[in-house]
Structures are given as structure tokens and as C-alpha cells.
Ligand binder design. Structure first.
Ligand code: EPZ
Length: 430
């Protein structure tokens, strides 16, 4: 497995181009299954999660054609997905195990082809990750659902039926799956307590361009008037707010200045507000966010992860790295996932002072310096937090299990090198 080697101490200066959003691309690619016409998606990032999902769609019988394209100065992928008739309605264990967002085929295949078999993804490093909301909502829409041999087997004799559904948690995944299923259902579906993340609004925009009729974008009540057929579309996905937030922390932690090109500040209000409170200067230009921490005296702040527009759980680990080297104490409460402090013992091996209380809260007391160490991480965002710690630590840090980063951060070393980091990938064979 590849590793990343970092020599800490360089303040980072320059520009980072923000890529298309992974967590938008994944449901939007699956939405292409709702039509037998071609769907072209622009601004898809070069990531291993995208490759994994493409492999699943190939196995379902989708034709995929990939083109590279320069968009706003950044090299991206434009991919056309065309599924005239699937050759399989099964999402096998090996695909779902590698990439849990494979579960986004559930709603589209069931709504359009009335049958789907999806391996249950199981838990993962950040928590149990149940799917009860997805399944009970589809049952409310008339689906028969059975769990057999680790698979969800879902059927419906006719079109799914519109229903009034109230989610017990504002789940991003369930909101996407039920939106896609309801788009082709008979009658009207209302989702209460829907997720409001920008990724959902982008999916709604695309579905409406395909001929769906969905109202309530950016609110927690979505109304979907089902239609019989959806057609092909060309859609450009939004940029990745979590990638932008991650590099914002890189500027802050190294006391540098990074311009995040093509980042949308609207999607990052809460984390940018926290950075400002910690002593970082934020400037907005028409197409970028400038994060300036030169000469900043950083001090601790409290964060509480929550559904959008609250503080995103996917930036919690990165902010924790920053708090490790900020003056005073910071309290971090993780409110979304029950097991998302796996980076703590690794940060402590680098000299951080963190006390975890139960599963949900941690007190970070800032230290003067971190020192480099070999570290290991368990998920994508935790890996990035260890890179951040390595960037300010004295000496050498080796981050193991780089495949986590390749799932969600496009061209990571190139982007960091371009702003002056001493970072390199050590290939397994080296
Ligand atoms: C999405 O996961 C993201 N993944 C996650 O990002 C992100 O952390 C999460 O949303 C929260 O923002 C993708 O978009 C591919 P949820 P998802 O369903 O959809 C509970 C990353 O690093 N819940 O919104 O799986 C659940 O336990 C990843 O990019 C149920 O109880 O998350 C959690 O507490 C990691 N029953 C809460 O809802 C359900 O059926 C939110 O989960 C579904 C969820």
C-alpha cells in the first residue's frame, strides 16, 4: 500500500483548484439509471470512489464514455452514462463493501425496473451506518423488502406509490435514494425532515432537468410529484465543499495563505465562521475564498457537528488537527457518527493533548508543537487530518493507508506541492 511522506514546517502559499464534489457525483451518477437516454455529467473528480461506482454501473449494463475537459482552468472528467436496458439488477457484495455509496442504485433501479438486489454495506470505521430509513421509506411507497443472505431484495409489482414520509434523522443518503425513487412513483411523495446539504439541492436540480417535478429545494420538506418517464440531461455538478474546507485548514495550520479557486463560500458558512473566530482572515472574491493565517495567533473554539447548515462532520477531524496547535482549549462534539474519533490516538502519538469523553466529545488542549511520526488512519477525513498534523509537525510524518485519501481527495500531493508543501508519495514497490 502506498504511503505519504511529509516533512513539516513549510507555510503554504498559493492557489488550490477545488474539484467536483465526490458526495454529489455519487448519487447523480446513479440517477442516470432513472432514464434509458444518455446522461452526461460534467466536473466529475478523478477519484477511486468514482472508478468503483463506474465499475458497478458497467456490471449493471451501463455504457460509460469518459472525456477529459478543462473547466474553469481545472482538468475534469465529463462522463456519459447510458443504460438502455440493464443486464443485471444486482449490486454485489464486493462492490458495495468497497464503496458503500453503491446503495444509491437502490432507489433508481427499484423505481424504474421494479426489482433490485443490493448487498447490505454493513458498518464501517465511523459507525454502524444503518439503512433503516431507506428501507422503511420504500416500504411506505409500496415496495416489498426482504433481507436474504446479506442482501436487500426489493420488489414492486407496479410503479412505487407516492407516500407521506417522515425521516427520524435527516439522512443524506436516504434523502437522495427516496428522491430518486419518488421521481418515477405514481402520485405525490412528501419527505419531512429531509437533509438540506448542497449535494441534495444539486441532485434535485438535475432530476428536475430530467423532467422530474420536485419542490422544496434547500428546505427540510420536499414534495415530489411523480412522473412516468425521465429523459437524458447534461449536468455540471457543484464543487467539493469538504475539499475546500480541508485546504482552508491547511492554510490556517501552516500559517500560510491559500486561495481556494472555484470554492463556494455559501456552502461553508459555519466552518469559515469558526476559522475567523480562531483568528484566521477570510476574504471572498467572485470565484474564490482566500484563507490567510500569516502572523495569526490561533486560539481554540468549540465545534458541534450537525446536519447542514451546521458544522459538517466531514470536517471535524481536520479542525481537530488545527485545534491541537491552537492556544487554549477546544471542545469538539460529534453529533452525527458514533465512532468518529479514530484519529485521536494517532494525533496523540504526534504529541497532541486530547481527552475523549464517551463517544461524542473531546477536549483538545493546544500544544506548542507536534512531532512527526508514522501514523495510520481509518477513514478518508481522518487521513487528511493526519496530513495536516504532519504539515506542522517537526520532522518526518509517514501517513499509511493512502487508499483512503485516494477515495476522496483528487491529486492530493500535486495540490499540496503547488502551494509549497514538502510531501511525496512512496509507492509500495519503493
Ligand atoms: C453522507 O453519508 C456522506 N457520504 C458522509 O460523508 C457524511 O459524513 C454524511 O452524509 C453526513 O453528512 C456520502 O455522501 C457518500 P447519513 P450518509 O445517512 O448518507 C443516521 C465522507 O467522508 N441514519 O446522512 O451515509 C446515521 O446513523 C463521508 O465523505 C440512520 O439512523 O450519512 C447518521 O447518524 C463519510 N438510518 C445520520 O443518520 C439510516 O437509514 C446521518 O447519516 C440512515 C442514516
Amino acid at each position: 500500500m502506498d504511503k505519504i511522506k511529509i516533512i513539516g514546517g513549510n507555510p503554504l502559499f498559493g492557489k488550490v483548484f477545488i474539484s467536483g464534489a465526490k458526495n454529489t457525483a455519487l448519487p447523480i451518477i446513479c440517477a442516470s439509471l432513472l432514464t434509458d437516454e444518455p446522461v452526461t455529467i460534467k466536473n466529475i473528480p478523478f477519484l477511486s470512489d468514482i472508478k468503483s461506482l463506474n465499475n458497478l454501473l458497467l456490471q449493471l449494463g451501463t455504457d460509460i464514455s469518459v472525456n477529459e475537459e478543462l473547466l474553469n482552468g481545472h482538468n475534469t472528467q465529463t462522463i456519459t452514462y447510458h443504460t438502455p436496458q440493464p443486464t443485471s439488477l444486482i449490486a454485489p457484495y464486493d462492490f458495495v463493501r468497497k464503496m458503500r455509496a453503491s446503495y444509491y442504485v437502490l432507489g433508481p433501479l427499484l423505481a424504474k425496473y421494479r426489482h433490485v438486489e443490493l448487498s447490505l454495506p454493513g458498518g464501517c470505521a465511523i459507525g454502524a451506518r444503518p439503512m433503516d430509513i431507506h428501507l422503511t421509506s420504500l416500504e411506505q411507497m409500496g415496495a416489498r423488502i426482504e433481507i436474504k443472505n446479506g442482501y436487500v431484495v426489493a420488489d414492486t409489482d407496479d410503479r412505487l406509490k407516492g407516500a407521506h414520509i417522515a425521516f427520524h434523522s435527516a439522512s443524506v443518503g436516504a434523502t437522495c435514494n427516496i428522491l430518486m425513487a419518488a421521481a418515477l412513483a405514481e402520485g405525490t411523495t412528501v419527505i419531512e425532515n429531509a437533509a438540506k446539504e448542497p449535494e441534495i439541492a444539486d441532485l434535485i436540480r438535475m432530476l428536475n432537468k430530467m423532467g422530474a417535478h420536485i419542490e422544496g429545494e434547500n428546505t427540510s420538506t420536499l414534495t415530489i410529484y411523480g412522473v412516468k418517464k425521465l429523459h437524458g440531461v447534461t449536468h455540471q455538478i457543484i464543487n467539493d465543499r469538504i475539499e475546500a474546507g480541508s485546504y482552508a485548514v491547511a492554510a490556517a495550520i501552516t500559517k500560510g495563505r491559500i486561495e481556494l479557486i472555484n470554492a463556494n463560500p455559501e456552502y461553508l458558512k459555519t466552518p469559515l465562521d469558526i476559522l475567523q473566530k480562531m483568528g484566521v482572515k477570510i476574504e471572498l472574491t467572485p470565484n474564490s475564498i482566500i484563507v490567510d493565517a500569516q502572523n495569526a495567533v490561533l486560539h481554540g473554539e468549540d465545534i458541534y457537528t450537525d446536519y447542514y447548515p451546521g458544522f459538517p462532520t466531514d470536517l471535524q477531524a481536520q479542525f481537530m488537527a488545527l485545534m491541537c496547535v491552537s492556544e487554549g482549549a477546544s471542545m469538539i462534539t460529534e453529533n452525527i457518527w458514533e465512532n468518529r474519533f479514530m484519529h485521536v490516538p494517532e494525533l496523540m502519538r504526534m504529541g497532541a493533548n486530547i481527552n475523549v469523553h464517551g463517544h461524542a466529545s473531546a477536549i483538545v488542549r493546544g500544544v506548542k508543537k507536534l512531532s512527526g511520526a508514522p501514523v495510520m488512519s481509518t477513514d478518508l477525513r481522518a487521513s487528511f487530518s493526519l496530513i495536516l498534523a504532519g504539515l506542522v509537525a517537526e520532522g518526518e510524518t509517514i501517513v499509511n493507508r493512502v487508499y483512503h485519501l485516494d477515495r476522496g481527495y483528487e491529486s492530493l500531493e500535486e495540490k499540496f506541492k503547488a502551494v509549497g508543501a514538502d510531501i511525496e508519495r512512496i509507492k509500495e514497490a519503493d
